[in-house]
Design a protein around this ligand. Structure first.
Ligand code: ZN
Length: 320
């Protein structure tokens, strides 16, 4: 009898798990007493995610058929786990990480860029050229990143191979102090961590991203495709408001600066410098820029079976 009860409990438990799994595709919530959809989007507190912060703040001032709920994460792996498992509907994320997940069978769609330009190569005061980095340690946030690709380009332009430099992965927030303590000679990472070193007087800019890679792609707004398929209107509204946010940042710099400070723990001087290097105008993912990214990823050995533009980019959500 005990066995039968135990088996019954196990069966109910298993049905529960299957039920939860099946519901993952369409578990978008609505606000109580309304048909307003809650769209959960994951982010890291960096200037590269500013359009999301602005979208959220502009939404607080207006009626909308969606409500953006921003979910903060502390690292890219944690954020990717939430995106891949459908804990969130979308994320502002390094496009290489999303692309790699797509390559491994996770159905993700990139719908917009996070920003344009906005990455810098930071070095200590003793480094005056790329050749000076020979034999030194250089930090990037993740192998799958545009920062790694920018480093590739910088070394190739100088005729130096990756074997000549010791490349390490490091948490972005640790890079400025690692530079000041001499653990690393330089780094390339999402902002505002480059601006922080310059503002503190412990590092200088060796290159800005357009010097190395014109129209570089870095972060993107990425959705779980199950969310798009079950909530097309909410996905379109999210992207439309995101487009508006990008334009707003370009046209209302002071207000956007104020919003950035609400979401990031950053000094004014660091934020101002960081925002000087970046632009948010026209965040459409263009086909030629995507092809350039793929070429660079393949050359660096970061991608073998890259998804075609039409498989990975959902351009239908972008209003021309
Ligand atoms: Zn970025």
């Amino acid at each position: 009898m005990k066995k039968i009860i135990l088996m019954a409990i196990l069966l109910i438990f298993l049905i529960g798990i299957v039920g939860c799994t099946k519901n993952t595709a369409d578990k978008t919530e609505t606000l109580a007493g309304s048909d307003v959809k809650v769209v959960k989007i994951a982010y890291l507190p960096i200037t590269h995610a500013l359009p999301l912060f602005v979208e959220k703040e502009l939404q607080n001032q207006a009626d909308s058929k969606i409500k953006i709920e921003l979910v903060k994460y502390g690292s890219w792996p944690e954020l990717m786990d939430a995106l891949n498992t459908g804990k969130v509907d979308g994320a502002s994320v390094l496009i290489e990480l999303a692309l790699k997940a797509k390559e491994q069978g996770i159905d993700l769609k990139a719908v917009a860029l996070g920003h344009k330009d906005g990455n810098v190569v930071i070095v200590n005061k003793d480094i005056n050229s790329v050749a000076d980095l020979k034999g030194k340690t250089f930090a990037i946030p993740h192998k799958q990143s545009s920062h790694n690709l920018l480093l590739d380009q910088m070394l190739a332009d100088a005729g130096i191979t990756k074997k000549d430099v010791k490349i390490v992965e490091m948490a972005p927030a640790e890079m400025p102090s690692a530079l000041s303590q001499g653990q690393i000679a330089g780094y390339c990472v999402a902002e505002p961590f480059g601006a922080k070193a310059v503002s503190l007087g412990i590092g200088k800019v060796l290159y800005q991203s357009p010097d190395l890679w014109k129209d570089s792609i870095c972060c993107a707004l990425v959705f779980n495709n199950a969310f798009i398929q079950s909530n097309k209107d909410a996905a379109m509204a999210t992207v439309s408001q995101y487009q508006t946010a990008g334009k707003y940042i370009t046209e209302h710099k002071a207000e956007a600066n104020g919003i950035a400070k609400k979401y990031m723990n950053v000094d004014d001087s660091v934020l101002d410098l960081s925002l000087n290097w970046i632009s948010y105008n026209d965040l459409e993912i263009k086909r030629d820029a995507y092809e350039d990214l793929i070429t660079r990823m393949k050359r660096a050995g970061l991608s073998e079976n890259s998804p075609a533009y039409d498989d990975f980019v959902d351009a239908s959500l972008w209003k021309k």
